[in-house]
Design a protein around this ligand. Structure first.
Ligand SMILES: *Cc1c(COP(=O)(O)O)cnc(C)c1O
Length: 366
C-alpha cells in the first residue's frame, strides 16, 4: 500500500477526451490500440488499461511482464507484447499475451513452442522493418516466413505491422511516405501468399496526426492519449492527463549568508523562506531543474526550486508566498508545465513522463 503524499493523479476524463479526439480523426471501423507500456507513460498502466478496456480494441506493452501485470489485474482485452524475448514464451501463452515476432530466432522458437504445446491458431503479430532499423523482418524474409506459416495451424497471424522513424517530422515526409509504401507492398505480398488477411498497422500518435490516410486497420496511440500530439496545435486540442502534486513538509526562515541544500548551492541574499517538498531526482525530477531553473506552484504562485535537487526532496523559495506546512504543491498539471520541465531537463515529454518513479503514488481521478 503506497501512502506517499506525492501523488500523480491520472485524469480519466482527459484520457477519454484524448481517445475521442483521435477516434474522430479516423474512419469508424479503424481499430484503436492503446499503448500502455512503461507504466502507462509514467502513470499506471493497470489503472489506465482498466479505465480504457471497453473503449479500445487492443493494448500494447513493450515487455512481457508489463502484459502479465495487466492480466493479473483482470484486463481481458487482447494485449500485444511489442518486444518479447525467447525466455518469455511460456509466460506469453500462460497469460494469453500476443507476441510480436520480429526475427527468425523468436519466430522459429515460438512456432516450435506452439507445435509442442500444441496451441491452435494462437494469435501472433509480425513486424517488418521499413527504415527505423530497430526491430523487424526485412521484406526479403517474406518467402521463408510464409513457408513456415503454411506448415502450421498452431499459430495465426493476427497482424502485420511496422513503425515509423520520424512521423512527427514533416521534413522527413518523403522518407515516411516511402516507409508507408514499402509496408503496403509487404502486406500485399504477404496477403497474396498467406491465404488470409491479417490486420495491418503502422501509425503511432504523430502518424495519425500527419499521415491519417495510412491508418490501415488499426493505429497505435501512446503519447496522444496522455495529452501530447508532438505538435503545439495538436497538443492544444488534447487534455493533460498527468497531474503531479505534493505538499509542503517543512518551512525554514533563513538569514542572509545562510545556504540551502547540498553543496550549499543556494546562498540567501536576504531573509528567505524556503519550503521543503517530498519529491526529488529519484522520483524523476531532473537535477537540471535545480538552482532556479524549475519551479512548482503553491497557492497559485510560482515557487522557484532553490539549490540542488536532492534524491528525495526539493527546496523552493516561498518568501513571497503566503503558505504553511501541509499546503498543497503542484509540480505540474498542464501540458505547458510538462513541456517546460522537459525543455529545462533537455529532453522530450516522453522521457519526462516515463521518468515519473513508481515510488510516487498513482490515482485515477474519475
Ligand atoms: C511506443 C510505441 C508506439 C506509441 O508511440 P506514440 O508516439 O507514443 O504514440 C507505437 N508503436 C510502437 C511500436 C511503439 O514502440
Amino acid at each position: 500500500m503506497n501512502n506517499h503524499v506525492t501523488v500523480l493523479e491520472i485524469d480519466a476524463a482527459a484520457l477519454n477526451h484524448n481517445l475521442n479526439y483521435f477516434k474522430e480523426k479516423l474512419q469508424q471501423n479503424t481499430k484503436i490500440l492503446a499503448v500502455v507500456k512503461a507504466f502507462g507513460y509514467g502513470s499506471d498502466g493497470v489503472l489506465v488499461a482498466k479505465y480504457l478496456e471497453n473503449k479500445v480494441d487492443y493494448f500494447a506493452v513493450a515487455y512481457t511482464h508489463e502484459g502479465i501485470a495487466l492480466r493479473d489485474a483482470g484486463v481481458k482485452t487482447p494485449i500485444l507484447v511489442l518486444h518479447p524475448q525467447i525466455q518469455n514464451l511460456q509466460d506469453i501463452v500462460t497469460y494469453r499475451l500476443e507476441p510480436n515476432l520480429y526475427n527468425f530466432k523468436i519466430f522459429e522458437a515460438f512456432l516450435e513452442f506452439a507445435d509442442e504445446a500444441p496451441l491452435i491458431n494462437y494469435p501472433i503479430h509480425i513486424k517488418f522493418n521499413t527504415g527505423l532499423n530497430r526491430l523487424g523482418f526485412w521484406h526479403t524474409d517474406i518467402p521463408v516466413i510464409i513457408a513456415s506459416l503454411k506448415k502450421t495451424t498452431h499459430v495465426k497471424v493476427q497482424s502485420l505491422f511496422s513503425h515509423l522513424a520520424a512521423s512527427e517530422d514533416l521534413e522527413e515526409q518523403e522518407f515516411t511516405v516511402n516507409q508507408i509504401n514499402n509496408f503496403a507492398y509487404i502486406a500485399q505480398q504477404f496477403y497474396k501468399h498467406l491465404g488470409y488477411e491479417p490486420m495491418l498497422h503502422i501509425l503511432n500518435t504523430s502518424g495519425v496526426v500527419n499521415y491519417a490516410k495510412a491508418q490501415f486497420d488499426m493505429v497505435r496511440i501512446g503519447i496522444g492519449l496522455y495529452g501530447f500530439g508532438n505538435d503545439d496545435t495538436e497538443t492544444a486540442q488534447l487534455k493533460n492527463t498527468h497531474n503531479l502534486k505534493s505538499i509542503i513538509s517543512q518551512i525554514h526562515t533563513i538569514q542572509p549568508g545562510e545556504t540551502v541544500g547540498y553543496n550549499r548551492a543556494f546562498v540567501a541574499k536576504r531573509i528567505t523562506k524556503s519550503a521543503t517538498i517530498p519529491i526529488g531526482h529519484a522520483d524523476g525530477l531532473s537535477r537540471k531543474l535545480g538552482n532556479k531553473a524549475g519551479h512548482v506552484i503553491i497557492n497559485g504562485k510560482k515557487a522557484p526550486i532553490i539549490g540542488n535537487v536532492c534524491m528525495d526532496m526539493i527546496m523552493v523559495n516561498v518568501t513571497k508566498i503566503d503558505c504553511k506546512e501541509g499546503d498543497d504543491v503542484i509540480i505540474f498539471n498542464t501540458q505547458e508545465m510538462l513541456q517546460n520541465i522537459a525543455d529545462l531537463s533537455e529532453t522530450i515529454v516522453y522521457e519526462t513522463l516515463t521518468a515519473i518513479s513508481p515510488r510516487i503514488k498513482k490515482m485515477l481521478k474519475q
